[in-house]
Design a protein around this ligand. Structure first.
Ligand SMILES: Cc1ncc(COP(=O)(O)O)c(C=O)c1O
Length: 367
């Protein structure tokens, strides 16, 4: 039995008929850029997240860059973000000519450590970017206080947290703006690259929309130097169909997470993820910690289990960010976790039998 990390084919089968009909319409009308499906999806996603505005863009990295630029981050500004994240969080900052200031994560949830963020704030700080990693919302209350004390905006990286909530409030509405990614494997995934910025602030939404369309809000009038980062109409069709199922799919992920927790109860060598009681997690990834991870990972692959590692190298030790001059030992929590973390198959169509098989293979591998 092969068990994939994510099962995009099963998702596609559920939405096939709707997507087919939507695509036929796009091709019949040739509304490839800015077609009606884009506006419909933006309105539906804003409503689903509970944000006043949603601006669809080309991918999640652009969403973060555009959100940061729209809230005023510019060349030389420092942006504080966790070292344990996908590289795109830092890339978005670097592409502006701003400087990523990396901080360590907390050892329980592997989310950004609020005390480390406070310590990293200085006179050049331009924004804070917590990352809602693995579908868990970062502890924003303390971070919002730090942001307010420093007089800087908080922009969420909500790429892995579509549908997640903290104290009942949706990820994507907790700071002044948020960037999210609809990369195919995300909880809400397109059939290619796509992303969005959500915000309650009309001026921020307006700036994002202009920056993403060549710095223009009227045809051939270019007020600022922008870029081309619009949400493709074809992707909007796919996203509209999948958004209707997102809440149900997230509920299935939660049920699968609860089942893993049960199955792992008598396996002390495997440390399951710890949910923060303030959060309603959406389990984008189910990340356990094991000793001798690389050997365990190889055993899982050998048995046909599509496990992964998110992420094997903390940002400061990547070639891209070596220039920051932070060597091994700079972030002990993230560095220790990077050698132990293991993402088990997690998606809405995972069956109980598949999960039992994953845990059986894991049990043999850690014995
Ligand atoms: C935490 C995080 N931030 C940003 C991104 C960037 O999104 P994209 O790949 O759509 O550019 C991703 C996903 O890839 C992500 O997981």
């Amino acid at each position: 039995m092969r068990i994939p990390l994510v099962d995009l084919a099963a998702q596609q089968a559920e939405v096939h008929a709707e997507v087919r009909a939507g695509l036929d319409e796009v091709f019949a009308t040739t509304a490839f850029v800015g077609g009606p499906a884009v506006g419909r999806f933006e309105a539906a996603y804003a409503a689903a997240v509970g944000a006043r505005h949603c601006v669809g863009v080309a991918n999640g990295t652009d969403a973060l860059e555009l959100a940061l630029r729209a809230v005023g981050v510019g060349t030389g500004g420092e942006v504080v973000l966790p070292v344990n994240t996908f590289v795109a969080t830092a890339e978005a900052v670097s592409r502006i000519g701003a400087v990523p200031v990396l901080v360590d994560v907390d050892p329980v949830h592997l989310l950004v450590d609020p005390a480390a963020v406070r310590a990293a704030v200085g006179p050049r700080t331009a924004a804070l970017v917590p990352v809602h990693l693995f579908g868990q919302v970062a502890p924003v209350e303390e971070l919002l206080k730090t942001a307010a004390d420093a007089g800087v905006p908080l922009v969420e990286d909500a790429a892995q947290a579509q549908g997640a909530r903290r104290h009942g409030r949706p990820a994507g509405t907790l700071g002044i703006a948020a960037g999210t990614s609809f990369y195919p494997g995300k909880n809400l995934g397109a059939a290619g690259d796509a992303g969005a910025v959500t915000t309650d602030d009309a001026a921020v939404a307006h700036r994002v929309r202009a920056l993403a369309a060549h710095g223009s809000t009227r045809k051939y009038r270019h007020d600022v130097v922008g870029m081309n980062s619009r949400l493709d109409t074809v992707q909007a069709v796919v996203l509209e169909a999948k958004l209707r199922r997102l809440a149900g799919w997230n509920a299935r992920r939660r049920a699968a997470a609860a089942r893993y927790a049960d199955l792992l109860r008598d396996l002390p060598a495997v440390r399951p993820p710890v949910a923060d009681p303030a959060n309603e997690d959406v389990w984008h990834l189910y990340v356990v910690q094991v000793p001798d991870r690389d050997r365990v990972l190889a055993a899982l692959h050998e048995a046909g289990v599509g496990a992964g590692v998110h992420y094997p190298v903390p940002l400061h030790l990547t070639g891209a960010y070596r220039h920051l001059g932070l060597g091994p030992g700079a972030f002990p929590v993230a560095e220790a976790a990077a050698g132990r973390i293991l993402s088990l198959p997690m998606h809405p169509h995972l069956t109980a039998a598949q999960q039992e098989r994953v845990v059986e293979v894991l049990r043999r591998a850690v014995a």
